[in-house]
Write a protein that binds this ligand. Sequence first.
Ligand SMILES: [Zn+2]
Length: 235
Amino acid sequence: MKRKAVVLSSGGIDSTTCVAAAIEKCRKKNVSSVSVYYGQRHRIELDKAKLIAEYYGIDHYELDLTEIFKYNKTCSLLSQTNIEVEKSSYEEQLKKSDGKPVVTYVPFRNPLFIAAITSLAMSIYPNEKVDVYLGIHQDDSGAAYPDCSPQFNKAMAKAVRLGSGGLVRLVSPFVDCKKADIVKYGLEHNVPYEHTISCYDPDEYGRACGKCGTCIDRLKAFEANGAKDPIDYKE
Ligand SMILES: [Zn+2]
């Protein structure tokens, strides 16, 4: 019997490519996606994740973890903070932050998401073997996002395996890849990148800013593949 798969889908290119990778491996009928609302300023990523699930014809779930993050005052991605989103590359931001996590780091977000999704996976597929797919990759690792590092990922994978009695396995197909490699895989597999959004500061029409760290990374990844990013940018 094929394993089931639950993919953390946040409407961006990494997680959307992960949806495609999970479908390729486990077949469409065995795959679900889930997105998490955690009080982020822009709900557009949740709409995109839903759109992508509809595109592929898979079940989609939404979790709400806003209660946990509502006390935060330091992360620029959360709606209650009025911190402006940095318009520079991660390299420049890390220089400024003196190696500490960047201002878009949501405190301990990934482990919380992974725990919640593992729990969800065991509820929607009881007593079945499930792979929980994550789109983490090399460019996210290290100081900018410590909870995306390969070391963290390895430790969390062990925790998930032990805590689920061996039923759930953490799968990060792109953990050793650069973003450009992910886009390469996605272009080869016709991933609908026109339905994705990566920007941390889109305008009211949902157009990407083209200047924040994640926009810069995204544009570079398409360029490295000699491809044009199909989404709209403000300028
Ligand atoms: Zn942007």
